[in-house]
Design a protein around this ligand. Structure first.
Ligand SMILES: Nc1ncnc2c1ncn2[C@@H]1O[C@H](COP(=O)(O)OP(=O)(O)OP(=O)(O)O)[C@@H](O)[C@H]1O
Ligand SMILES: [Mg+2]
Length: 316
């Protein structure tokens, strides 16, 4: 849609006619993100267009959800620099597009490649704190983790039950099954989830921490957001850019818990590890869907490393 600044200006609807937009900086099946300039807003803006991956059409509901979420959190987190989101500026319904403040800073993923381990640890603590703030500000209730349904959904995935599944996947699934009854018995904190909370979706800027890419409204156990984050962090530590921090992984995990607890939240360890294992198996089974070889092979190797570590931790 927006190919370059000139084409963009010619094709834009009225609401965006005075925008100058650069080529997309991120393109995926669900969205395209552009950096733009617009005198009306006085600073650079992020233009995110939401797409329905099934038919390539604008996904207006997703855009509206993102816009509403940014608005709600901007209001809730106004006074806390460690619980920020880009300020929402404009919603263009027909184009399923959200315009927000452009945040100049670095993602946690980038920090892993460039910062010292101490700086990374502080950033991970702040990430825990951001998530603790999100969960607390949407109200916490106590419910059981629906382990049975989670297992059922996992078994529906291609390869989960097949004889061709690798020995590692079979061991991981067995561990998950064995530990499900104990994990599913307790009532644990539930809240409104971020849905894709990971180092790539946090931007650090001048003492503030911004969460981006928040998904559709969905309540579930808070440990599920934390599990997603810690799995992605672990995978980045297994990548060349993050490898030098790998020996300090446990300290980074502790820092994440410290940050989360500093906002009054609790992430029960056993339930968290169970959700990490569940999410890691799902990621391993789906790896071919979100990347193609040779990237998928590298990702599969890294997820194997994660699975081995989780198999050890989830021992009876
Ligand atoms: N408001 C913003 N300010 C600065 N950079 C941004 C902003 N929004 C997005 N970005 C940049 O664009 C990248 C992609 O944005 P985002 O995470 O929203 O989408 P995505 O991960 O590509 O999409 P999705 O997961 O929805 O398909 C981010 O990692 C970040 O570098
Ligand atoms: Mg993202």
């Amino acid at each position: 849609m927006f190919q370059n600044a000139r084409v963009a200006t010619a094709n834009l609807p009225e609401e965006l006619a005075d925008f100058s937009i650069s080529p997309p900086m991120a393109t995926g099946p669900w969205s395209k993100v552009y950096r733009g300039e617009c005198a009306r807003f006085g600073s650079a803006v992020a233009v995110k267009m939401f797409i329905d991956p099934l038919n390539g059409r604008p996904a207006a509901n997703d855009a509206q959800n993102y816009f509403d979420m940014l608005t709600e959190i901007s209001d809730a987190g106004a006074s806390d620099p460690l619980f920020a989101v880009p300020k929402p500026l404009l919603m263009v319904h027909d184009m399923a597009t959200v315009v927000s403040e452009w945040v100049t800073g670095v993602t946690l993923r980038r920090k892993l490649a460039t910062a010292s381990t101490r700086q990374v640890r502080d950033a991970v603590r702040d990430a825990g704190r951001w998530l603790g703030c999100l969960h607390r500000s949407f109200g916490v209730t106590y419910r059981r983790l629906d382990t049975e349904q989670m297992l059922e959904k996992l078994f529906e995935l291609d390869g989960a039950q097949s004889a061709r599944a690798s020995n590692r996947i079979r061991r991981a699934i067995a561990r998950l099954r064995e530990s499900a009854p104990g994990v599913g018995d307790d009532e644990i904190p539930w809240s409104r989830l971020h849905g894709d909370f990971k180092p790539q979706n946090l931007i650090y800027s001048e003492g503030r921490v911004f969460g981006i890419d928040i998904g559709e409204p969905h309540r579930n156990a808070g440990v599920r957001d934390a599990a997603h984050f810690l799995n992605h962090l672990h995978l980045l530590l297994l990548s060349p850019a993050g490898l030098r921090h790998l020996p300090f992984r446990e300290r980074l995990v502790e820092a994440f818990h410290e940050g989360y607890q500093s906002r009054g939240g609790v992430l029960p360890r056993r339930h968290l590890e169970w959700c990490q294992m569940h999410a890691a198996i799902r990621m391993r089974l789906n790896v071919g869907q979100w990347s193609s070889p040779p990237k998928a092979w590298v990702a599969a190797l890294q997820i194997n490393g994660l699975l081995e570590s989780l198999i050890r931790r989830l021992s009876p």
